[in-house]
Ligand binder design. Structure first.
Ligand SMILES: Nc1ncnc2c1ncn2[C@@H]1O[C@H](COP(=O)(O)OP(=O)(O)OP(=O)(O)O)[C@@H](O)[C@H]1O
Length: 586
């Protein structure tokens, strides 16, 4: 179905300037407007520098007959006559040089602005990601998240904002050039419009149906390709042992074939307007020659006429081509505007809430009427009306059948899950809420069941997220000794500075666990929330760790350790059993 003008400018199909400006801060908006103004300035300079060549050309060929020049050029020629021709030539060279210097400066300024915008948007989306609720985070997939943080702002900046800059500049150039031609001889305008019709028709009638559809399926397939590839690569061992390498390779090649075919189709279609425009250019040029030869106009007039048209075409054709490309890119990447609108965070400056309430942990943690259910409605209440008090210095073992919610409860205590019913009260007076959660989290050390190992050195894995210069090596060494991995690290030639492979592939399961325990201990926490932290250890190491934890509790630390391991019972001061949605003391 052909488009109406309205559907072409429909917001989701073609994001307008105001829609884009709304995504920017006030400062960015001003900068964008400043950049547009400079781009228009450069465009005007371009037009000016091209149009002054022609009178000069005319004047230099035959200064005596300049009075017979077409009226349009006469005033410029009169001005030229009053100046020496050497000055004129030098003046023109200088104008071009200045124009080019100005263009380079403008390009640099614009790229700088676009880069800043990209970084700001990426940062705001990344911030928002860290503000996701745990349950929403569990629904995300990493390929989609990468795309949102990295690719979407990049595409928005390069294919929407930058395309708008090009569009505005080129529209100014085209309008100016066409006006000059029309002023010179209005008939050219009609020829021009008639010849441009095929491109306009091609553009509006075929684009949405062919290019936009292909574009969309290409975009939708990209994250799928990434997921398939990531799965294949991380299944290295299983793929080899079960001899399923071909399965993963073929899956990847199959989906890649679809995307590359789509890409080829896209590129072919995208190149068509250029080709059509070029053909039109030649037709126009041939038309001019025929006109020149068949009309009985003054030879000089014809020469100027051809010169002017050639100059104009030289500048108009690439501009028209860029206008079409910019329009198609703005359309193709219209989706980035709505994705950004949904994913930009308003608080890019700082995560730490400076008005956060302080939390002094001196006596106890109390769970009062605590209930929780995952948002997924197919699941029933997981924790129901839990009432329990844990005193400072307790070593609590959290036991219970698999799937009863031990990890969930630890996540609630760690402030990762916040949408529970009931209360968590610290020292009988502070109820954990949005205001106090950060202060509470700064007192915690956490080891999850599958902790993340950074592809970095042992040192940076332990001092997680701390700047290199700020790391206290002595504290790291103390944490390592407590976690019982000092023997292993001492054997490494680079010691703490030894790099660890992706996902800790160069470490054993037990080493990984203890490395993460050292990470939790490095923070010198008041409360340790540990999930199955001994399940990959041999008896000797397990006993060592449990003794260390026991001695930490004697020094006033509080430990809650979720575990199925009967050995833990001998070290824990209290055993809590989570079963049938509730928590009871053993
Ligand atoms: N993000 C989530 N969304 C929905 N359901 C979840 C989510 N995370 C966990 N669950 C469900 O909640 C229940 C409790 O899971 P949890 O990991 O807390 O149990 P657990 O007692 O620690 O188990 P295990 O002893 O096997 O580690 C399980 O049925 C699990 O499927």
């Amino acid at each position: 179905m052909p488009h109406t003008g309205k559907s072409i400018l429909n917001a989701s199909f073609f994001p307008g300037v105001f829609q884009i400006l709304r995504l920017l801060s006030r400062k960015q908006r001003l900068k964008a407007i400043e950049n547009i103004a400079i781009s228009v300035g450069v465009a005007l300079l371009e037009v000016f520098s091209l149009t002054i060549i022609l009178p000069l050309f005319y004047y230099l060929i035959d200064p005596d007959k300049s009075q017979q020049a077409p009226e349009v050029l006469r005033s410029v020629i009169l001005l030229m006559e009053s100046i020496s021709w050497i000055v004129l030539v030098v003046g023109i060279i200088l104008t071009f040089a200045l124009k080019n210097i100005f263009s380079v400066w403008q390009m640099h300024k614009q790229l700088d602005f676009l880069n800043q915008l990209y970084l700001d948007f990426s940062k705001r989306i990344y911030h928002r990601f860290y503000r996701l609720k745990w349950t929403d985070y569990a629904q995300t997939n990493s390929a989609e998240t990468f795309r949102k943080i990295k690719d979407t702002p990049f595409e928005f900046i390069n294919y929407v904002v930058n395309s708008y800059f090009l569009l505005i500049t080129d529209v100014v150039i085209c309008v100016m050039m066409i006006s000059i031609i029309t002023w010179f001889d209005y008939r050219i305008l009609f020829i021009f419009i008639i010849l441009c019709m095929p491109v306009i028709i091609f553009y509006f009638f075929f684009r949405k149906n062919v290019i936009l559809k292909t574009d969309k399926s290409f975009r939708d397939l990209t994250p799928v390709t990434n997921i398939i590839l990531t799965q294949g690569i991380s299944s290295y061992a299983e793929a080899r042992i079960y001899q399923k390498e071909d399965y993963f390779i073929n899956q990847f090649i199959h989906i890649s074939k679809i995307t590359t075919t789509q890409l080829a189709k896209l590129k072919t279609f995208a190149s068509l307007p250029t080709r059509i425009l070029e053909t039109i250019g030649i037709v126009l040029f041939a038309g001019m020659i025929i006109y020149a030869r068949t009309s009985n106009a003054d030879a000089k007039y014809i020469m100027v006429f051809i010169g002017l048209i050639s100059l104009a075409l030289y500048r108009i054709m690439p501009s028209l081509n860029r206008i079409l490309q910019s329009l198609s890119q703005i359309q193709s990447y219209a989706y980035t505007v709505s994705t950004l609108k949904e994913n930009l965070d308003d608080f890019p400056e700082n995560f730490l809430n400076e008005n956060s309430d302080s939390v002094d942990f001196k006596t106890s943690i109390e769970l009062k009427a605590l209930s929780f259910q995952y948002a997924d409605k197919t699941r029933s209440l997981l924790l129901n009306n839990i009432n329990i008090k844990i005193s400072k210095g307790d070593f609590v073992m959290l036991q219970g059948p698999s799937g009863t919610g031990k990890t969930t409860l630890l996540n609630i205590l760690a402030g990762i899950i916040q949408d529970y019913a009931g209360e968590i009260i610290i020292d009988n007076n502070v109820c954990l809420d949005k205001q106090s959660i950060q202060a509470w989290q700064s007192r915690l050390g956490v080891v999850s069941q599958s902790p993340v190992i950074l592809q970095d050195t042992i040192l940076h894995n332990i001092a997680f997220g701390e700047q290199h210069v700020a790391i206290d090596r002595n504290k790291v060494k103390a944490a390592i000794a407590l976690a019982g991995i000092n023997d292993f690290i001492d054997l490494l030639t680079a010691g703490l500075d030894t790099p660890i492979g992706e996902n800790g592939i160069t470490l054993s399961g037990g080493q990984r666990q203890r490395l993460c325990l050292a990470r939790a201990l490095y923070r010198d926490p008041d409360v340790l929330l540990l999930d199955e932290v001994t399940n990959q250890l041999d008896t000797k190491n397990k006993v060592y760790i449990l003794e260390q934890l026991q001695s930490l509790c004697r020094q006033g630390k509080t430990i809650i350790l979720a575990s199925h391991d009967p050995v833990v019972k001998q070290y824990a001061s209290h055993i809590l059993i989570l079963d049938s949605k509730t928590l009871t003391r053993s």
